[in-house]
Ligand binder design. Structure first.
Ligand SMILES: [Zn+2]
Ligand SMILES: [Zn+2]
Length: 570
């Protein structure tokens, strides 16, 4: 059985074959399979144009139809280098293959590539293929090496699957949070302020406030104590924590004041630890749970920045728990329970759990204890999980929670980490019931992860159609003409007094225009008020996504309906 990756990697060979035929001057380099498709990087002085892609795709279809078998052959290093003597990229790859590994060449028709294998038996297995776009990519991702042209494509066993994928892509594009963020005036990222830094506009900030408030209620119910800690602290703190040693590639450089070096914080943990350490602790106080919507700054290369999902400054819904080893399991379970409540409130229902273990050279005896607590909590809730070897934090293993959005895409958001390392580095203690000092265990947990990223995911998950409890504007009052402006103001006033987020459209546009405009703004309700409504003290309710015409209702009845949706989080 050919796997999707084998099929797509074979399609990459077919692309290189087509390029060899149509653009013999281009030098192929590497061509792996990726999720849903493949790419191949070529060196060529002239850029590939959209027309070139059309010609290449047509040639690929001929190669596929010819049903060339994929023929492999093991060769000596000398033979491989001789074979690719005109292509320095292939020579470089051939020279670097470890002596114990076989060097293999694979041929389809008239095209031979240096490759370690993993293919379909024949090009005929590729049922459908499409070239998507061209982008620049450095050879081996190194900005000091030549810039190549990367052609992206997608390949599927059948045309029907390709068609479904293209529909999915179109849907994903419609939901793109960068596009909706602008159209709905939610946020911006302004180049003149530097990349990767987010400006939350009033409507985006309104959603964030609601999300935060919902989270704060959960934190209060579960006994968390809010704290606030500095964004800039002495570099020494990160020496002690190990961040300078293990995480400095992701940190902003030092700031010097009075010959002391400071750093923008990349994580909130050291600040919370200092509060724990500010006075002696007794076992009676534990567990201590500190929470903070803590903004952190991390260096990301400008090429990797992406909307709200990859940024340089973001706020973590962060908390640190300090507990005894005996309390660890229970605290972990409570945290997991809280994570599930949170995700379900935002209409996510499909999750994946990963136990991420530390790299073998970082592992300590305590990793066993930590992993046992994570496994125990997952088993308590009967949740299936996978193991991510080497995916742990530098200070300990962790639980990662991935979720699927409304169109099935996966996002990594929450993480809960068990840490025996930082309590040791900062020499944290508590006085036990036996009167002697003990070391507490820490749990680091962020359930939404970054507020920015979470907002980006919410925008895409809901396609900008925020449910009424989250919508920045819950209802717009649209008077039919200026004669109903006064009545419109009364309606707005009454609803605002009830705590609802409403807006009155006092523009002189025609009603049809107003309705179209507010529909594009995706507000849950448009309340039309004309002569009859003003006389009867009612509103005419237009609900988002519904074409059903409803009887006019009293303002109080509408307020009740909206209130119910807020309570049900729909
Ligand atoms: Zn291959
Ligand atoms: Zn932390």
């Amino acid at each position: 059985m050919t796997s999707p990756a084998e099929l797509r990697h074979t399609a990459a060979h077919v692309l290189a074959y087509a390029v060899q035929d149509l653009f013999p001057e281009a030098k192929p380099t590497i061509g792996p399979a990726i999720e849903h498709g493949f790419y191949y990087d070529f060196e060529r002085p002239e850029p590939f144009t959209p027309d070139d892609l059309i010609r290449l795709e047509a040639r690929m279809k001929e190669i596929i139809a010819a049903g060339h078998p994929m023929i492999g052959m093991t060769v000596s290093r000398e033979r491989a280098i001789e074979c690719f003597r005109d292509n320095p990229y292939k020579v470089e790859i051939a020279s670097e293959i470890p002596p114990e590994e076989p060097i293999t060449l694979y041929t389809i028709g008239e095209f031979t590539d240096l490759c370690r294998g993993g293919h379909a038996a024949s090009t005929a297995e590729i049922g459908a293929v499409k070239l998507m776009n061209v982008a620049g990519a450095y050879w081996r991702g190194d900005e000091h090496r030549p810039m190549l042209q990367r052609i992206y494509g997608t390949a599927w066993p059948t045309q029907a699957e390709l068609d479904a994928y293209l529909v999915f892509l179109e849907e994903a594009q419609k939901r793109d949070h960068r596009k909706l963020g602008q159209e709905l005036d939610l946020f911006s990222i302004q180049e003149e302020a530097g990349g990767g830094l987010v400006f939350w506009h009033p409507k985006g900030a309104a959603v964030r406030e609601i999300v935060e408030q919902f989270m704060r209620e959960g934190l209060r119910e579960r006994g968390y104590l809010p704290v606030v800690t500095p964004h800039v602290v002495s570099e020494k703190l990160y020496e002690t924590s190990g961040h300078l040693e293990n995480f400095s590639a992701n940190m902003f450089g030092p700031l010097e004041v009075e010959s002391q070096r400071f750093r923008l914080r990349p994580m909130n943990c050291p600040g919370h630890i200092l509060i724990y350490k500010s006075h002696p602790r007794s076992y009676r106080e534990l567990p201590i749970r500190y929470s903070e919507f803590g903004t952190v700054y991390r260096f990301e290369r400008s090429g990797t920045l992406h909307g709200l999902t990859r940024v340089r400054g973001f706020t973590i819904d962060d908390a640190h728990l300090f507990c005894t080893p005996e309390q660890l399991q229970g605290e972990f379970e409570r945290t997991l329970d809280e994570a599930l409540r949170l995700m379900r409130a935002f209409a996510f229902s499909d999750f994946e759990y990963f136990l991420s273990r530390r790299e073998p050279h970082l592992r300590a005896e305590t990793d066993e204890l930590a992993e046992a607590a994570i496994r125990g909590a997952l088993e308590t809730f009967n949740l299936p999980y996978e193991i991510d070897e080497g995916g742990g934090a530098f200070y300990g293993p962790k639980l990662d929670i991935n979720l699927h959005d409304a169109i099935g895409r996966k996002w990594q958001l929450g993480t809960v980490q068990v840490d025996f390392e930082l309590p040791k580095r900062f020499d944290l203690k508590y006085r036990g019931s036996d009167g002697s000092d003990h070391r507490p265990v820490m749990i680091h947990r962020a359930l939404a992860g970054s507020m920015e990223r979470f907002f980006g995911v919410l925008i895409e998950h809901f396609a900008g159609n925020f449910p009424a409890w989250l919508a920045p504007i819950q209802a717009v009052i649209a008077p039919v003409s200026e004669h109903q402006f006064d009545y419109g103001r009364q309606v707005a006033e009454q609803l605002k007094t009830g705590g609802f987020r409403v807006e009155l459209d006092e523009s002189n546009e025609k009603l049809g225009y107003k309705i179209r405009h507010w529909k594009t703004q995706k507000v849950p309700y448009i309340l039309v008020v004309g002569k009859n409504e003003a006389a009867a003290g009612t509103v005419n309710v237009n609900e988002r996504g519904s074409s059903e015409s409803r009887e006019p209702m009293s303002i109080a009845a509408f307020a009740e309906e909206l209130q119910q949706r807020i309570e049900e989080k729909t």
